[in-house]
Design a protein around this ligand. Structure first.
Ligand code: ADP
Length: 257
C-alpha cells in the first residue's frame, strides 16, 4: 500500500522562472511534491524539465521565485544525502573505465564523506543493500562496461540509493530502449516508491508508459500547464489547458472511464 503523507511537502517550488542568457525556458512554475509521492514530470524535448530538476537540486539558481526543500530555503539546505539523482546519460562516468558494479555503487557513498575517505564496512553494507534492491548484487564483480544498458541503469539507480535518499529523481532512459526493459524499469520504480516509501520524480516524455503508475502528472512546456492525477488529466476538457496530444496518448492505449 502506498503511504503518501499529504501533509508534508518535501519540495515546494514557488513562482520560479529561469532563463539561459536572456532566453526564458521556465515561466512562473508553482509545484509542490508530497512525501511518498510518485510524480511524472512530462514534456517534450526542450520543455524545461531538466532545467527545473537542476534548480531543485541546487545546480542552477532561478532568476526569480523560490525553492524549499524539507521546509528550508534551498540556499540553506544541507541534507543533500536525502536526495538522489539518476541522470539519463551517465555522462560523468566513462563506461570504459574498468570499475566493477560494486565499485560504481561505492562511489555513491563518496559524496557523503569526500572522495578519499576510507571505505568502511558500513559503506559496503549500504552498497550491498542498494544492489540487492535493484537485483544486481549477483553481478557485483562484473565490469560496468560489460553490462547491458538496462543493467547499467539499475546499477546507477543503486549508486543513487547507496546514500539512502528519501527522494529520488530519475531521467528516463529514452530512445532505443526495448519495451521489456522499460517495463522492468517502471516495475523497479513502483517497488522503490511502494516498498521503500521513496518519493519518486521521473522525468519523461513518455506519458503513455508511465501514466498508470504515477500518482501525479506534471506537464511542463515552459509553464506548468497541468499538475494533478491521471484521472483529472482525462477529465480535463479545456484544450488550452491540456493538449489533446497528451490525452490521446493515454486514452489510445488504455480505455479509461
Ligand atoms: P528538457 O529537459 O525538457 O528536454 P531542458 O531543460 O534541457 O529541457 O532545456 C530547456 C531549454 O533550454 C531548451 O531550449 C534547451 O536548448 C535550453 N538549454 C538547456 N540547457 C542549456 C544551457 N546550458 N545553455 C543554454 N540553453 C540551454
Amino acid at each position: 500500500m502506498q503511504n503518501v503523507d499529504h501533509s508534508v511537502n518535501v519540495i515546494e517550488i514557488k513562482n520560479v522562472s529561469f532563463a539561459y542568457n536572456g532566453h526564458e525556458v521556465l515561466n512562473n512554475i508553482n509545484l509542490a511534491i508530497h512525501r511518498g509521492d510518485y510524480l511524472a514530470l512530462v514534456g517534450a524535448n526542450g520543455a524545461g524539465k531538466t532545467t527545473l530538476v537542476k534548480i531543485i537540486l541546487g545546480l542552477l539558481t532561478p532568476a526569480s521565485g523560490s525553492v524549499t526543500l524539507y521546509g528550508k530555503a534551498i540556499a540553506g539546505f544541507k541534507e543533500w544525502g536525502k536526495i538522489g539523482y539518476v541522470p539519463q546519460k551517465v555522462t560523468s562516468f566513462d563506461l570504459n573505465f574498468p570499475a566493477t558494479v560494486q565499485e560504481v555503487v561505492l562511489m555513491g557513498r563518496y559524496g557523503r564523506r569526500g572522495l578519499f575517505h576510507r571505505i568502511t564496512e558500513n559503506d559496503r553494507d549500504k552498497a550491498r543493500r542498494a544492489l540487492e534492491q535493484v537485483e544486481m548484487w549477483e553481478s557485483r564483480d562484473h565490469l560496468i562496461g560489460d553490462l547491458s544498458g538496462g543493467q547499467q541503469q539499475r546499477v546507477f539507480i543503486a549508486r543513487a540509493l547507496a546514500t539512502e535518499p528519501e527522494i529520488i529523481f530519475l531521467d528516463e532512459p529514452t530512445a532505443a530502449v526495448e519495451k521489456s526493459i522499460k517495463e522492468e524499469f517502471y516495475a523497479l520504480l513502483r517497488k522503490l516508491n511502494q516498498d521503500l516509501n521513496l518519493t519518486v520524480i521521473l522525468v519523461t516524455h513518455d506519458i503513455e508508459g508511465i501514466a498508470y503508475d504515477a500518482m501525479h502528472i506534471a506537464c511542463i512546456n515552459k509553464t506548468l500547464y497541468f499538475h494533478n492525477t491521471l484521472e483529472d488529466l482525462l477529465k480535463e476538457t479545456d484544450p488550452a489547458h491540456v493538449r489533446e496530444k497528451d490525452l490521446r496518448l493515454v486514452s489510445h492505449h488504455h480505455p479509461y472511464p
